[in-house]
Design a protein around this ligand. Structure first.
Ligand SMILES: Cc1cc2nc3c(=O)[nH]c(=O)nc-3n(C[C@H](O)[C@H](O)[C@H](O)COP(=O)(O)OP(=O)(O)OC[C@H]3O[C@@H](n4cnc5c(N)ncnc54)[C@H](O)[C@@H]3O)c2cc1C
Length: 432
């Protein structure tokens, strides 16, 4: 059997692990166009701030790769002639496959304003982007960041850590309004202001201005200007659909796959940020941009490619991240409103979070330790835990395992309750 995998991200690597757990002898080829191969993309944020060395972002050793027994080809797949089960590469010999996985991820939506091609305008997709940003960042100089979600804040934090003054432009009235509620957005914004970030609400960048082909400032929709030497943006991501479209596979926002991660061609699978995955429990197909989802999907796809039929059951979307230095865990369905700063999904984000559940909201804490629960009829549907994280593990279990919360529901919805204590006590009783 000949397996081919396009993309050297976590979904592709997990697929090889799965194939090898079933088939020790089949031929496996991975084709990847990132010169740095497989590394932790979420870790790029810590590399930007200087908390991690780039070497710390590579999860596997050469010896571990050797044991996986696959061939790695550096290159870009240009075309998939499906009728002949072939892959066409840029300037290299063609490959044949019996089973193919497309795991090419997503890319930043480009900033569509005049001057966006000037030297000093950056996105954050790859290791090379992070390296370019670090090369360009200068202590004491000024940067402008635009966009929303986790990546925009990672850019703000990274540039601050490198000694830059940062203006953060928000088109809307608050930070990450599609996932956070008003109070949570304000907690994050207050912390940014404490770090001397200059926040501009209702502010739209309309042009990046330059001198000698380098960034010298930005022009705003209200006619104002800011002087700066660097502009960084994170306005959302888009699955890389070009290959799938050329190959005439069924696509919507991502490549449509069934619960076996199989595309409209039964010999071609898709997993990770590129895949719009059918969830048999809800009947919906959704995009995720989460490391853990990409790994889970890649693994399930690999098993299916190797002939071990495995339904991918979408786990509760879960992300632990840092927002303006505040550890924040987002679990399950958390609703949310408008977000003018993002076009579609962001990095470290799930479409599932945005679904507006039929539930009541219970919350506590007005400062750094904040807890919000989405309380359904008999179970918890989602939670946002900011600051103190001692409840994130119990909440993840209570939500993902659909535990009946009838015994505490009334208490949770009583505005006088300390909902954190109620959950902690309930968790204690479950464990007993
Ligand atoms: C800055 C940043 C912060 C993030 N933060 C979080 C977080 O806090 N929490 C979280 O859960 N997730 C986070 N993510 C998202 C997470 O990293 C992704 O969900 C995950 O990496 C997706 O894995 P993947 O294998 O699907 O795709 P990718 O990791 O994108 O890998 C796809 C690979 O395919 C290659 N490729 C594309 N086209 C071709 C082609 N034609 N031929 C050959 N190779 C090709 C690409 O270059 C890339 O190397 C973050 C991502 C970034 C960039």
């Amino acid at each position: 059997m000949k397996y081919a995998i396009i993309g050297s991200g976590v979904a592709g690597i997990a697929a090889i692990d799965a194939i090898r757990s079933v088939d020790r002898s089949g031929e496996v080829v991975m084709i990847g166009d990132d010169p740095h191969g497989f590394y932790s993309r979420p870790g790029l944020a810590y590399y930007l701030t200087g908390e991690l060395h780039d070497k710390a972002l590579y999860p596997r050793t050469t010896d571990e790769y050797r044991k996986m027994n696959f061939r790695y080809v550096k290159g870009q797949v240009k075309n998939i002639p499906r009728e002949t089960h072939q892959l066409k590469l840029d300037g290299q010999a063609d490959f044949n496959y019996d089973k193919l996985l497309i795991a090419v991820g997503a890319q930043a939506i480009p900033l569509d304003v005049p001057g966006a091609n000037l030297e000093g305008v950056f996105k954050l997709d790859h290791m090379n982007d992070a390296k370019r940003i670090l090369k360009h960042a200068r202590r004491g100089k000024t940067a402008v960041v635009v966009g929303g979600g986790i990546t925009a804040l990672e850019l703000v934090e990274g540039l601050l850590a490198r000694g830059m003054k940062v203006h953060y432009l928000l088109r809307g009235s608050r930070y990450w309004g599609s996932v956070l509620d008003e109070q949570e957005s304000r907690i994050v914004e207050a912390r940014l202001q404490m770090e001397d970030v200059t926040l501009h609400h209702h502010t739209q960048l309309v042009e990046v201005t330059g001198k000698n082909k380098r960034v010298s400032g930005v022009r705003l929709a209200d006619g104002g200007t800011l002087t700066c030497s660097l502009v960084a943006y994170a306005i959302g991501i888009r699955p890389r659909l070009e290959l799938a479209k050329q190959a005439d596979l069924r696509v919507e926002r991502g490549i449509l796959v069934n619960e076996y991660l199989q595309t409209s061609d039964p010999d071609i699978f898709a997993a990770g940020d590129i895949a719009q995955v059918y969830d048999p429990l809800t009947g919906r197909s959704a995009l995720d941009s989460l490391w853990s989802s990409a790994r889970g999907q890649g693994f399930a796809a690999g098993l299916n490619m190797a002939g071990k039929a495995t339904v991918y059951v979408k786990s509760t979307p879960f992300n632990v991240t840092r927002l303006a230095g505040l550890t924040t865990t987002i679990i399950g369905v958390v609703g949310g409103g408008q977000d003018e700063d993002l076009v579609g999904i962001a990095r470290g984000d799930s479409e599932t979070w945005r679904q507006l559940p039929d539930c009541m909201v219970a919350q506590t804490g007005f400062d750094v330790n904040h807890l919000r629960l989405m309380v359904g009829e008999q179970r918890l549907l989602g939670a946002v835990v900011m600051g103190d994280q001692k409840l994130s593990f119990p909440l993840e279990k209570i939500i993902s395992e659909n535990i009946d919360i009838s015994p505490i529901r009334e208490k949770l919805l009583n505005p006088k309750s300390q909902i954190g204590d109620v959950v902690a006590e309930f968790w204690g009783s479950l464990r007993n």
